[in-house]
Design a protein. Structure first.
Length: 397
């Protein structure tokens, strides 16, 4: 009998998408489902971006440069300069979404069996990219009680072995919304210098900071060879389907290695590069308006959650996610029950169980992630559903 590979068997299912069949079944029963399970913004993609694609005029849809169109990379230099990141266009490789940037980094910088340390809970697909690269994820736990702050450096150092090659962070964080401080970023700088490690920084949510500012890994001084940024247009321009990201580093050796992977996949999507290039010309106040909208959503969902009996939700400093601890026995069972067995006024809510965001078995059993990507009215209605569900759930604590 034919077998699939060990890699195929080890590849984890997405904790964000695994409940989709239950949501689809609920919709077929006529139940409205409020999707707080996935970071798909409902804010319209700017017309200026879509028009750039609609009005593009060429006779052949040809390959771009493997690093991405030079015109786009040169415009990205200006964008990064505006946020205090000083790079040139040859230090940017355009990728098929931020996902490919992460995978390229793992493949180019790490050997099979090497280890990466990641504060948990973390973006679940890091697990998948690690499996594909044969890399071991070593989690170091952060806690909901202090808002998921960076674990103490001493706890990180305990995880370092001869196989440790990198630390991975997401700032602002998915799934917790935590915004790393300047002091925390300086601590990371010290540890990567001390142990000669790469620092992979996923900065997909750079624009969405509600108190304070994002400290990019590329704002750190003296670690140019160590730092790699993974980025994407998906969230900041509400363009998730474009699948355009960027891999950025000043390490020439890493760039040369990643370029070989980029050549092997030929080129990033042409239409989405046109969209990405147009996005850089959006008015300066574009992010002010979108950030204000997300902040109002955050404030509402956190207020509603903390008003529920037995629920605790720390106030996230960035991104558009909140983690909440619920008075339940098992988040996976509860999230499935919401879709299979519960409805309030013919409505229910879809959440992401937090267990899939932890690398340590048994953690996150009472936690869920909520993406506040719906308008205020829908957030209120979804919180009404959740409040009633917690009252009715047979496994409540």
């Amino acid at each position: 009998m034919l077998q699939i590979s060990q890699r195929g068997q080890a590849m984890p299912a997405s904790p964000i998408r695994k409940l989709v069949p239950y949501a689809e079944a609920a919709k077929k029963r006529g139940i409205k489902v409020y999707h707080l399970n996935i970071g798909q913004p409902d804010i319209e993609t700017p017309k200026m971006i879509l028009d750039a694609v609609r009005h593009s005029d060429f006779k052949v849809l040809e390959y771009s440069h493997s690093a991405g169109n030079e015109s786009y990379r040169r415009k990205l230099v200006g964008y990064y300069e505006s946020v205090g990141i000083h790079v040139n266009h040859n230090e940017i490789i355009v990728t098929t979404g931020g996902s490919e940037a992460i995978q390229f980094g793992f493949m180019a910088c790490l050997d099979a069996g090497d280890e990466v340390i990641i504060p948990e809970p973390f973006y679940a697909n890091y697990n998948g990219f690690a499996v594909a690269a044969g890399v071991k994820v070593v989690p170091v736990t952060s806690y909901i009680e202090n808002g998921f702050a960076l674990p103490p450096i001493a706890e990180i150092e305990k995880k370092i072995t001869a196989r440790t090659k990198a630390i991975v962070i997401c700032n602002p964080n998915n799934p917790t919304g935590y915004l790393y401080s300047y002091a925390e970023m300086q601590q990371l700088k010290e540890i990567i210098l001390k142990y000669n490690l790469y620092l992979f920084s996923d900065e997909a949510y750079r624009e969405f900071c509600y108190e304070g500012h994002q400290v990019s890994a590329m704002h750190l001084q003296g670690v140019d060879e160590n730092v790699i940024i993974m980025d994407t247009i998906s969230k900041r321009y509400s363009a998730c389907g474009g699948r355009i990201g960027a891999f950025i580093t000043k390490n020439k050796m890493v760039l040369d290695a990643v370029m070989k992977f980029a050549q092997a996949r030929l080129s990033p999507p042409s239409f989405a590069q046109i969209a990405g290039e147009a996005a850089i010309d959006l008015p300066a106040d574009y992010f002010d308006m979108t950030k204000a909208e997300y902040k109002s959503r955050r404030d509402l969902i956190v207020k509603r959650l903390n008003a529920m009996k037995g629920v605790f939700c720390p106030n996230p400093g960035g991104a558009f996610y909140a983690m909440a601890k619920l008075p339940i026995d098992d988040a996976d069972i509860f999230c499935q029950w919401l879709l299979e067995s519960f409805q309030f006024e013919n409505q229910t809510v879809m959440l992401a169980p937090a267990t899939g965001f932890y690398g340590s078995p048994g953690l996150g059993k009472q936690e869920v992630r909520l993406a506040y990507v719906l308008n205020l009215d829908d957030i209120n209605k979804s919180m009404d559903c959740l409040e009633r569900a917690l009252e009715a759930y047979p496994g409540k604590k």
